[in-house]
Design a protein around this ligand. Structure first.
Ligand SMILES: *Cc1c(COP(=O)(O)O)cnc(C)c1O
Length: 494
């Protein structure tokens, strides 16, 4: 009797996923499999594959939130089955709070309006579209041609502006950068404005260096130009990353609706709004800034619902999570977190400067990130440092700067809430280790073929000639190689 019981028990144990047929063949990739599999096996298989992705917490390439409080995680799970279209309270409350934070004028006839989006990209599509329609309507009314709209930005804009321009057929006029100056120059921007300009887009927190563009000066110069020309070219502020930094750390800085020409602002809830990926916001100064014919009214869900988004259904947990963060942290809480991020950025910046190897390009004021380049890249490059850091689990992107500053290659570390003091110390330690290792490689080997320029590879040079090139020449060649292998705005920077 005892023996039979034991056998049937061990039979049961053989139902381990790893002993089953499900792990003996490769996984279906192209067709839905004919049969089903047990839920445990499906879970195990998917979960195992996910292990191969980098650890999001160590991904220093992204601004996007990777940690929230367990209570909020719970709220998110509790509402995972709730559709955004069935919810009208929370988005509005969040929009109100954000509009207030950005100093939207509230008078009798002035009320800011806004919507929640999937992120700043969708927010920017909507804001851009509103500008385009307003401009077109005005040109039509004046009997003037309205088929060549353009938008003026810095060459440092995030890829979503290029998408907007291409998808919605607006010419993107980029103000070129220069070495040592990595944001849009307001004077040059205003010079590029013409009667077909639907708006000038300024960035609060350049993706590349975290630097704030001078929106106040832009507002001044553009006001003057508008007065001289009779146009009314407006400003949009892309505050994807800086929208939740500036109000807490630099309340005196005027970049928002305090400036009359600023008609709309976008911000990513999933960046310093401290919510997981999937939420952004766009706020318009007043109802007049959002053409009524872009707003659809639906009533089949039970009440009149105005909608102006590219998508209809989507999850609602991110919006609930945003509301949670607003009431949980309050102004004080956000301020504390942002101060902490700045402190960790300072620690990292100082540690990097101390090595003597790096030049820090990011500014003290701006979004908490550290962008830095190698003072001497004749022996090895920032791309090699980035690759070597992966061995320790760190994801630190390296990229070249946009036009007219393209010979500068940098590494960038974004400081998020969950990047603690001790992680910053650990990263510094690992960077020093990597630099020391690269230093010790013989000069010839340290310039690996992967980092030689294509020309050099073709010429098959191995006489060390390229080592004698000037520092500047080498730097230019390395950067041009990397531009060829990675399209300028498709790097892992987001
Ligand atoms: C991240 C970012 C975007 C895109 O935002 P998503 O929320 O990722 O769609 C646009 N502009 C700037 C300046 C950004 O930093």
């Amino acid at each position: 009797m005892v023996v039979t019981t034991t056998i049937s028990d061990s039979d049961q144990h053989l139902h381990s996923t790893f002993a089953s047929r499900y792990v003996r063949t490769s996984l279906p990739r192209f067709k839905i499999p004919r049969g089903s599999m047990p839920k445990e096996a499906a879970y195990q298989i998917v979960n195992d594959e996910l292990m191969l992705d980098g650890n999001p917490r160590l991904n220093l390439a992204s601004f996007v939130t990777t940690w929230m409080e367990p209570e909020c995680d719970k709220l998110i799970m509790d509402t995972i089955n709730k559709n955004y279209v069935d919810m009208d309270e929370y988005p509005n409350r969040c929009v109100n709070m954000i509009a207030h934070l950005f100093h939207a004028p509230v008078g009798d006839d002035e009320t800011a309006i806004g919507v929640s989006t999937v992120g700043s990209s969708e927010a920017i599509m909507l804001a851009g579209l509103a500008f385009k329609r307003k401009w077109q309507a005005k040109r039509k009314a004046q009997g003037k041609p309205y088929d060549k709209p353009n938008i003026v930005t810095g060459a440092n804009v995030q890829v979503c502006w290029e998408k907007f321009a291409r998808y919605f057929e607006v010419e993107l006029k980029e103000v070129k950068l220069s070495e040592g100056y990595y944001v849009m120059d307001p004077t040059k921007a205003v010079k590029m404005v013409d009667e077909n300009t639907i708006c000038v887009a300024a960035i609060l927190g350049s993706t590349l260096t975290g630097e704030f563009e001078d929106v106040k000066l832009l507002n001044e110069l553009l006001t003057k130009k508008n007065r001289e020309t009779g146009w009314d070219t407006p400003i949009h502020v892309d505050a994807a990353s800086g929208g939740f930094i500036a109000p807490f750390l630099y309340p005196e800085l005027e970049w928002d609706f305090r400036l009359p020409l600023v008609k709309s602002i976008n911000v990513s809830g999933h960046k310093y709004g401290l919510v997981y990926a999937g939420v952004g916001w766009v706020v318009w100064r007043s109802k007049d800034d959002l053409p009524e014919n872009l707003v659809f009214h639906i009533n089949y869900l039970g009440s009149d619902q105005p909608t102006f988004t590219l998508n209809f259904s989507k999850g609602s947990s991110q919006i609930i999570a945003q509301y949670y963060q607003f009431i949980r942290l309050g102004f004080e809480g956000y301020k504390n977190i942002m101060e902490n991020c700045m402190e960790n950025a300072r620690l990292l910046r100082e540690g990097l400067s101390k090595t003597g190897r790096f030049e820090v390009l990011s500014k003290d004021v701006g979004v908490p990130l550290v962008a830095f380049s190698l003072k001497d890249s004749t022996r090895y490059t920032v791309f090699q440092i980035s690759e070597s850091l992966r061995r320790f689990g760190w994801i630190v992107p390296a990229y070249t700067m946009p036009p007219k500053a393209e010979n500068v290659a940098v590494l960038r570390v974004v400081i998020r809430e969950d990047f603690s003091h001790s992680l910053a110390e650990r990263l510094l330690f690992d960077i020093e280790k990597v630099v020391k290792e690269l230093d010790e490689l013989p000069p010839r080997a340290s310039v690996s073929t992967a980092h030689m320029t294509l020309d050099e590879l073709h010429r098959g040079k191995d006489d060390g000639v390229h080592l004698k090139k000037s520092l500047d020449e080498t730097r230019k060649e390395i950067c041009s190689y990397w531009r060829r292998v990675s399209d300028k705005k498709t790097s892992s920077v987001c």
